[in-house]
Design a protein around this ligand. Structure first.
Ligand SMILES: Cc1cc2nc3c(=O)[nH]c(=O)nc-3n(C[C@H](O)[C@H](O)[C@H](O)COP(=O)(O)OP(=O)(O)OC[C@H]3O[C@@H](n4cnc5c(N)ncnc54)[C@H](O)[C@@H]3O)c2cc1C
Length: 558
């Protein structure tokens, strides 16, 4: 199928989805014409929930059907006595073939009904460029848009870099890793394929150890301690065809479930609190009906709206730094200074590519972007992706570098008090010399790897056309080039940081049981609680957060 035809199908499908969902969104909305901001009115409705359901009452309300939210809603509703509401701003992505086809993952970002269109502020460390900050809306959230790389991080991330949070050590999390791996069954690349074999050999030439399964918890050199991870697992089905998102794996198999209601095209605009700062419900806006509706929770409200929208929702609801809220004339209910702070991310720079000398041997799979990955050092600080694919009919390999343990910290704040405005995102990446040096070093590692005998035999020369600055020793030039070309790798985290206990640090937003500071019956379960971004891609730890949150919530409400 040629690209034009692919493009047309994509556009047609896109128009059809808009029409279809505009129509069905109507049927998903509950009408409530008594919209009223009055606290007393909400309290009365909430109180009715304790004696009867109806009146838009649920036990649990989960905001956001993304990576963590899908798992959480599934687990909470596994007990038929729990009535659960899952609310999602986007639409049912399980009906979208582009989302479900693993090989088309790079097209998902082109769909404006899915991609939220967030852009950063001008980034000093990126030569004052503003960069796209990709985020998805729709069932599965970013797990319906992401590159499906399935890595679990390093033992030291949890045991040391997170600062020892009770219940969140590597050993505490291991059963959740096991359970998720079992459910997702990620696919591994074939290390015996001749091209993969050479990539691995090149890595071994510069000192890596071969690790047959990077996600094997018991492997000494694997995730649990690590000298190298050379193979990459992908969150896709065994035949390399379908995406295995948390939505596909956890919600899809249990639909329809009587005690789980799912609203799509519905944006949560506010969390409702009573006088004791107990979350009693939420306000939503339904895109189809153009109508505000309230829902009430008998037990808890859980925010799984992601790293930008969870803090945004807290701020809109009056939970955040009071001085900031005052600026927007939002009544400050609780001064929680860490909301929206401590934003972290990984960077990504595609460095060099070269055609393979052997153009005959078929590639490892028919999917462009099936990568072998390298992570160097015991700490897992650097990560080099190796793409094997086809560009303009030529088989190539390309390498990109990613650095994991950055020190730069950014923030997300409100633009204004309008819930429909996009947030102001300042990742503040490469803003200090430590991070700059790390990035330069990661590029040097890539160069050493590409210069090995094995890789030189595998590829044509890394000349200056495909590989700018491959031979230069001029760090200033290299740095300028980095600043112009480096991107976010779409791994933002930590904007509602978790800590062991609130008294440990005023910037902690949730405690180790994910309860929001100064509030009651309100928790967060998504990538925003990660204290320190891990040495790997964050989807899997976010899935674990969803799973562990469910356990804690059920335990506390039993
Ligand atoms: C392009 C891209 C590539 C990536 N590649 C990888 C990868 O290969 N491997 C990996 O491990 N990680 C990858 N990631 C990162 C990973 O996908 C995310 O870290 C993870 O999905 C975050 O999960 P979450 O539950 O925090 O948020 P999300 O999955 O984003 O879920 C949040 C959900 O909440 C909904 N929502 C937001 N606000 C509201 C509201 N007000 N009302 C109702 N609903 C709302 C959103 O629509 C969304 O569905 C990638 C991310 C992107 C964007």
């Amino acid at each position: 199928m040629n690209h034009n035809r692919n493009g047309k199908i994509f556009v047609n499908f896109f128009i059809l989805t808009i029409l279809f969902y505009s129509a069905i969104a109507e049927t998903y909305s509950f009408s409530n014409n008594n919209f009223d901001k009055n606290l007393h009115w909400h309290n009365t409705n909430y109180k009715k929930c304790s004696s009867q359901f109806g009146n838009n009452c649920y036990d649990y309300i989960v905001v956001g059907a993304g990576t963590a939210g899908s798992i959480l809603a599934r687990k909470l509703s596994d007990n038929p006595r729990n009535k659960v509401l899952l609310i999602e701003q986007g639409y049912w992505l399980s009906l979208n073939p582009v989302v479900q086809n693993a090989s088309q993952w790079h097209l998902v970002r082109l769909d404006p009904l899915i991609e939220r269109g967030y852009i950063s502020t001008a980034q000093v460390g990126f030569g004052n460029r503003s960069i796209p900050v990709p985020r998805a809306q729709g069932t599965g959230g970013c797990n319906s848009m992401n590159a499906m790389v399935f890595l679990l991080g390093n033992r030291k991330d949890f045991d040391e870099r997170w600062g020892k949070i009770d219940g969140w050590s590597w050993n505490d999390l291991s059963p959740y890793w096991d359970s998720i791996q079992e459910t997702i069954s990620p696919t591994q690349l074939d290390p015996k394929h001749p091209i993969m074999h050479k990539l691995l050999k090149g890595a071994i030439e510069i000192g890596y150890k071969y690790n047959p399964n990077p996600n094997n918890l018991n492997s000494k050199q694997g995730q649990g301690g690590v000298s190298a991870r050379i193979l990459m697992a992908k969150q896709i089905s065994n035949n390399y065809a379908e995406r295995r998102s948390s939505w596909n794996a956890y919600i899809q198999p249990i639909l329809p479930r009587k005690n789980l209601d799912i609203l799509v095209f519905t944006q949560v605009t506010k969390i409702l609190f009573n006088k004791n700062l107990q979350a009693i419900g939420i306000t939503t806006y339904n895109v189809g009906k153009k109508e505000y509706v309230h829902f009430y929770s008998r037990k808890e409200v859980i925010l799984s709206a992601g790293v930008f929208d969870t803090p945004k929702l807290l701020l809109l609801s009056g939970i955040g730094p009071c001085n900031e809220l005052n600026k927007y004339k939002i009544k400050c209910l609780a001064n929680v200074q860490g909301v929206g702070k401590n934003l972290q991310d990984h960077t990504f720079i595609k460095i060099w590519s070269a055609p393979l000398r052997d153009q005959e041997t078929p590639l490892p799979t028919n999917i462009f972007g099936m990568w072998g990955a390298l992570a160097i050092e015991e700490n897992g600080e650097y990560y080099h992706g190796l793409d094997v694919g086809e560009i303009n009919g030529k088989k190539i390999i390309q390498i990109y570098a990613e650095t994991f343990h950055y020190k730069s910290r950014g923030s997300i704040t409100l633009l204004d008090k309008n819930p429909f405005s996009k947030p102001v995102i300042d990742p503040n990446l490469l803003s200090n010399s430590y991070d700059i040096n790390k990035t330069l070093h990661s590029i040097k590692i890539a160069r050493t790897f590409l210069s090995t005998k094995t890789i030189s035999e595998l590829t044509e020369d890394f000349n200056e056309i495909n590989t700018p600055l491959f031979h230069t020793n001029d760090e200033k030039k290299l740095l300028e080039w980095i600043q112009q070309n480096i991107k976010s790798d779409a791994h933002p985290s930590s904007t509602c940081t978790m800590g062991n206990r609130f008294q440990d640090d005023k910037m902690i937003v949730v405690d180790r049981r994910l309860r929001v500071r100064h509030t009651k019956k309100l928790r967060i379960a998504d990538a925003s609680i990660i204290p320190n971004l891990i040495s790997g891609n964050p989807n899997q730890i976010t899935m674990i957060i969803g799973l562990k949150a469910a356990d804690m919530i059920l335990e506390d409400n039993s």
